[in-house]
Design a protein around this ligand. Structure first.
Ligand code: PLP
Length: 413
């Protein structure tokens, strides 16, 4: 028995699907200790949008460490934090006309969501938060309460009050769902909510894509009834769907935005809660946490913004997304007997089959063939593809070839 099995908790999960010991990584590739290379279309569940160890970020980090730059600073002023804030405002906020305050809530996505929910309740003086079926917002109690999946919520072990889960009707076709949403937000169905929290594309929930029209209607309803709109862009932000923020396509401006995962740029922990400046009702220290000043993350996050300064990132991602869509369409056409279907946006794609269990089998067969892809969805029924935004077209084609081969292997009775 190895040390992982001997002393690491049973709670471990990804290592069960991928029983290799990983050692180094570069770009789109991750290598195990035997020297085997895997193409990584998992990318730390969306934390490595710029690939593994991007050289420019690594150099910035090494320079910072070499000169004994501050590593930890709670929320003190540091040169690394100043550089990040200045660059974030210059490259991301100002060009988009976003008048957001920046809160550093602690490094995880769940921290960013907790801060967003607490702020919405403080601003409005209301308690109820609306979220959607199959939503995933994190594992701490507040964020967990906003998750849509009953099995996930049950892990809390205590009741999770003041939350209402409504149907995620991304296509916007369901009149009854829309009427229910309107009634809840207006308060005519009971208590008026403080906030609605939504993912524009549900990552963990199975790559469910909300239409721009539905997001606009949701934003209009929230504005009309003075309910705050929180977009959880933890997984879909930082360019995953094309633009830096996933809601840009819909032309909406959420009141509050949660970011984490790829904001640090290098896979280093970092999160942001952004909100319109008139919502900044926090008292000093009212929401805090020890790890709000991860300066090495600020350094790589600042360097990562150079990807956005050039102005080509969005276009390149959308073009690569078209390639992936075309290759997935071909894969699905060739596997019509399995009911293969695909859906997605930018560089997040999902592949489903008539039989739910096939997704896990395909992921396992892909791993054997040197490709990391994970399942998502409430029944693990979706193969989720999150290639690095920096993957080359050849790497994308190679990954899709491996995936097609894995599907073929699983199609054999
Ligand atoms: N929100 C979304 C949309 C996520 O996908 C995740 C994690 O997958 C989280 C929040 C929670 O982030 P973390 O695991 O860093 O707490």
């Amino acid at each position: 028995m190895n040390v992982f099995h001997a002393i690491e908790s049973e709670v471990r999960s990804y290592c069960r699907a991928w029983p290799a010991v990983f050692d180094r990584a570069q770009g789109s590739w991750i290598h195990d200790e035997q020297g085997r290379a895997y193409l990584d279309f998992f990318t730390g569940a969306g934390s490595l949008n710029y690939g593994h160890n991007p050289p420019e970020l690594k150099q910035a980090l090494l320079r910072y460490l070499e000169r004994d730059g501050i590593a930890h600073s709670l929320d003190m002023f540091t040169t690394a934090k100043r550089a990040f804030l200045e660059r974030f405002e210059e490259v991301i906020l100002r060009p988009r006309g976003l008048d957001y305050r920046v809160q550093f809530p602690g490094p995880a996505g769940a921290n960013a969501v907790e801060a967003a929910l607490k702020l919405a309740r403080k601003v409005t003086g209301r308690k109820l938060v609306v979220s959607f079926t199959n939503a995933f917002h994190g594992m701490t109690l507040g964020a967990l309460a906003a998750c849509g999946n009953a099995r996930t919520r049950a892990t809390a072990g205590v009741p999770l009050p003041h939350h209402l889960v409504l149907r995620y009707d991304g296509s916007g076709d369901d009149r009854a769902a829309e009427q229910q949403l309107a009634a809840v937000l207006s308060g005519s169905a009971g208590e008026r909510p403080a906030a609605v929290i939504v993912e524009t594309v549900q990552g963990e929930g199975g790559v469910n894509v909300a239409s721009a029209a539905w997001l606009r209607r949701l934003a209009e309803l929230c504005e009309r009834h003075r309910v705050l709109l929180i977009v959880d862009d933890v997984q879909m932000g930082c360019g995953r769907t094309g633009p830096f923020f996933s809601f840009e396509e819909a032309g909406i401006t959420p009141d509050v935005v949660a970011l984490s995962k790829s904001i640090g740029g290098y896979g280093l922990p970092m999160a942001l809660t952004l909100f319109k400046s008139d919502l900044d009702v926090w008292a000093p220290g009212e929401h805090n946490g020890t790890f709000r000043g991860p300066n090495p993350s600020f350094v790589t996050a600042t360097a990562a913004l150079d990807f956005w300064a050039a102005g080509t990132m969005e276009k390149q991602t959308l073009a690569k997304g078209e390639l992936v869509e075309e290759l997935l369409a071909r894969l699905c056409a060739g596997n019509a007997v399995l009911g293969a279907m695909h859906r997605g946006r930018g560089l997040v794609w999902g592949l489903t089959f008539d039989a739910d269990h096939l997704a896990a089998a395909v992921c396992a067969a892909a791993f054997e063939r040197g490709l990391l892809v994970e399942t998502s969805g409430p029944r693990d029924e979706v193969v989720k593809l999150l290639p690095p935004l920096t993957a080359t077209r050849d790497e994308l084609a190679q990954g899709l070839d491996i995936l097609a081969d894995a599907v073929r292997a699983c199609a054999v009775p």
